[in-house]
Design a protein around this ligand. Structure first.
Ligand SMILES: [Zn+2]
Length: 231
């Protein structure tokens, strides 16, 4: 299983449809629960032979019998599957997010505390991506095998607010600073104190807090005490 922070991370790595991926996303829509036939067993009305046919779409797929009968069958057994489609917003604060269709199996449907709009969830499952030529839209679908609620720490930033935008801007400036500063060094790490001084020159008073946030978001890390570098 590979975890992808956002769709752009996903695109920048090699993958195939059907790969198992992990994503986090916010539930934006919950559709109705649906029951589909996945396997139907028929009995040939001509010779009595029993034939089982896997069902892949809404249209009933009938078998061809060895005796030549293609039309006259009696349905003997139907195996069904219950699923629910939900829509997730996949992305994070720094990238544009996209919508992902997620098909969840019956065992998760009853978990109302998890399957609730606006919940941030972690999903693992098989991914399929289709590109719709007519609408030029990307349609990713994940068949979920794992579904859990993501618990965030208290320090969540809403980047849509003015304060959030300011923090986001400061984060960008500091990342850029670190990148420039570490370019001159062999071990690519920079003294946090030096970054703070440079940040202050650019009007950022709370550089220490911003650096902490960047560390939590995985943009910067501390290879040794009092030093940071870009990931
Ligand atoms: Zn037959």
């Amino acid at each position: 299983m590979k975890f992808f922070e956002n769709y752009y991370d996903f695109l920048s790595t090699h993958h195939n449809n059907g790969d198992i991926v992990g994503i986090n996303g916010v539930i934006t829509r919950i559709d109705n629960i649906e029951q589909h036939a996945i396997e139907v067993t028929f009995e040939c009305k001509e010779c009595g032979k029993k034939l089982t046919e896997l069902q892949e779409s809404e249209k009933l797929k009938k078998p061809f019998c060895d005796c030549g009968n293609k039309t006259s069958f009696e349905i003997k057994n139907v195996v069904t599957e219950v699923t629910q489609r939900i829509i997730l917003e996949w992305g994070n604060s720094l990238y544009r997010s996209i919508h992902v269709d997620v098909i969840i199996p019956e065992k998760f449907i009853s978990k109302k505390d998890i399957v609730k709009e606006e919940n941030l969830v972690h999903i693992e499952g098989k991914i399929n991506i289709e590109f719709a030529r007519n609408t030029r839209k990307i349609n990713p679908t994940i068949i979920a095998e794992k579904l859990e609620l993501v618990i965030l720490d208290d320090d969540v930033i809403d980047y849509d607010t003015d304060e959030g935008k300011t923090i986001n801007n400061k984060m960008r400036i500091i990342c850029k600073l670190v990148k420039e500063m570490q370019g001159e060094r062999e071990d690519k790490s920079v003294l946090i104190e030096d970054v703070k001084v440079c940040a202050e020159e650019q009007g950022i008073e709370d550089a220490e807090e911003i650096i902490k946030k960047l560390k939590r978001e995985g943009e910067l890390f501390e290879p040794r005490h009092a030093y940071i570098r870009r990931v």
